[in-house]
Design a protein around this ligand. Structure first.
Ligand SMILES: [Zn+2]
Length: 213
């Protein structure tokens, strides 16, 4: 069963809040107006979005916005949450070890964690593709077109949105150059690691905003 509209409207508020931050911070020249921020909000990185803090299994299960509560209860949460490199993560992403093509990501926003269930077909493409989140180019299936069911009425009607993303969901590590694609490319860019990880957060926030459009 799909959850009621209440959850959808909560997400709509969250994605609206994310919307005004969608301007990539590395293009933003003006300092962020701190008067609009809560004095004691979540810890922030150099950009305006909160950094990823360690999360628990119950927090992960409670975070999903585009699958049923039953699915969120059953889906496989990683067992090694205590050992994830949290300081190097902009979001937590993982694959279902039992069902090929089912992936999940959890992303921190000001109000709450947002979890998204994703699906993808196995990618037999031999040509190189670029991840639209961290801009890493992979060859031979290293990038997947993942789809997410939208929230609310639109999702109930079966509408989805798609995104080209690293199939291993390790964008945070590629952005920080802590992981290198096996056969792909990381463009030499005039951006610092902080700016690249900020771009990852901005791009995920924009993707989440589209879920509620
Ligand atoms: Zn990526």
């Amino acid at each position: 069963m799909w959850d009621g509209s209440e959850r959808g409207s909560q997400l709509a508020e969250t994605v609206t809040a994310l919307g005004w931050r969608r301007t990539p911070a590395h293009f933003r020249r003006d300092p962020v107006d701190s008067s609009t921020e809560c004095a004691e909000g979540p810890r922030r990185a150099t950009g305006n979005l909160p950094v990823m803090e360690p999360v628990t299994e119950s927090e992960v299960r409670a975070s999903f916005v585009n699958c049923s509560k039953g699915d969120a209860k059953r889906l496989p949460v990683p067992r090694d949450l205590d050992n994830r490199p949290w300081d190097d993560l902009d979001f937590l992403g993982w694959s279902d070890p039992s069902f090929a093509g089912r992936c999940y990501l959890v992303f921190p926003t000001d109000d709450r964690l947002i979890g998204i269930a994703l699906r993808h077909e196995s990618n037999a493409s031999v040509r190189a593709q670029m991840c639209s989140i961290c801009m890493t180019t992979h060859s031979r299936g290293g990038v997947a077109l993942m789809t997410a069911r939208k929230v609310g009425e639109s999702g109930r009607r079966g509408n989805t949105i798609g995104i080209y993303i690293c199939a291993d969901l390790a964008c945070s590590l590629y952005a920080r150059r802590k992981k290198t694609p096996s056969l792909g490319n990381q463009y030499r860019e005039d951006l610092t690691a902080d700016e690249r990880s900020e771009r990852v957060r901005d791009n995920i926030a924009a993707f989440i905003a589209r879920l509620g459009d």
